[in-house]
Write a protein that binds this ligand. Structure first.
Ligand code: FMN
Length: 301
């Protein structure tokens, strides 16, 4: 539970803190705000909305202190940003599968993690955690652990007796894997082992892993929202990125990988992002399949 401190001399009793608090913890009496109830989840809306700086919530750091670009603390009013530019950035981010060998500085990776934490999180739990692999050799360690996992999975999946028994015990998941992925994984493993071709991280020179506390209200959603922030900001900082779902799947099932990546037992892995400087620049933004949203007019006028 976070503690809210109100400086009575600065408070002008405007009541905005009362209006924005999701848990309605404030009351205004005699033109001064006070906190009535416990239950603060530390979202900081009261602190951010206060024009006189009278409200302070424990544990909220306004300054993230980025190393690689200026930090702008003034909140942008809705409608005051260039939406065209924002969408152009969103559409310019593509999954990168061709990197140069240039390293990404640790400060950029640390800035990206801070940017990740600006995402919303269920009940403001912010129960994500981040692992940074700053060098290609670190990424290769995770690549080798992942290859080890898939080598074992492929040898099980290739065995008809094993598939039969697995089906009796746990349904046809192994059979589905065999039919859908066995061959392409076998080829990728062969390329990794024999030719040193990296079909997993595509040669990324760094990686960020995002975990969440298993007992948080929605750790997977939180982690993926942080992920998207990182992907967009990475593009703005000149980096290419690619989500690597194959590694997430392997890490979920491999205690050895999780231990090697220093992930505690009360956390689950939700996202693995490969990063590096892109070797290829695209000429056009991303195209997508057309969607037809179901527009419902359910109310009566
Ligand atoms: C959850 C998730 C997992 C993914 N895993 C991989 C992966 O293991 N390898 C890969 O090359 N791309 C992976 N991708 C990237 C998708 O293939 C990519 O986002 C999609 O083709 C759209 O292309 P774009 O990201 O360039 O717009 C993943 C994407 C998501 C959302």
């Amino acid at each position: 539970m976070n503690k809210v401190v109100i400086d009575n001399t600065a408070c002008n009793g405007c009541g905005l803190c009362e209006k924005v608090c999701p848990h309605r913890l404030f009351q205004i009496e005699n033109d001064k705000a006070s906190v009535l109830l416990d239950g603060c989840m530390g979202c900081g809306h009261c602190q951010a909305v206060c024009s006189t700086g009278a409200v302070q919530v424990d544990g909220i750091i306004d300054r993230l202190e980025f190393e690689n670009f200026p930090e702008l603390l003034e909140s942008l009013r809705p409608g005051s940003s260039d939406c065209g530019k924002l969408v152009q950035l969103m559409r310019s981010r593509r999954s990168c599968r061709n990197y140069s060998s240039q390293d990404v500085s640790l400060t950029i990776l640390e800035d990206l993690v801070k940017i990740g934490t600006t995402a919303p999180s269920g009940t403001n739990s912010q129960s994500w955690n981040f692992v940074i692999l700053p060098q290609r050799t670190d990424v290769e360690v995770l690549g080798n652990l992942t290859a080890e996992f898939y080598r074992q999975l492929n040898s099980q999946a290739a065995n008809p007796l094993y598939r039969f028994i697995a089906r009796l015990v746990a349904g046809d998941k192994l059979g589905e894997y065999y039919r859908g992925h066995y061959e392409s994984v076998a080829k990728a493993l062969q390329e990794w082992d024999v030719d040193g071709i990296d079909r997993l991280f595509h040669g990324a020179t760094a990686a960020i892993l995002i975990t969440g506390k298993k007992d948080a209200s929605c750790p997977a959603e939180d982690a993926m929202l942080a992920t998207q922030n990182i992907l967009l900001a990475a593009h703005a900082l000149g980096l290419g990125t690619c989500l690597i779902g194959f590694v997430v799947e392997a890490m979920r099932r491999s205690v050895k990988s999780r231990r090697a990546m220093a992930i505690p037992a009360d956390e689950e892995i939700y996202s693995v992002i490969g990063l590096g400087y892109p070797a290829i620049h695209y000429q056009r933004v991303a195209g997508r399949r057309a969607v037809r949203p179901r527009v419902l007019h359910l109310g009566t006028k």
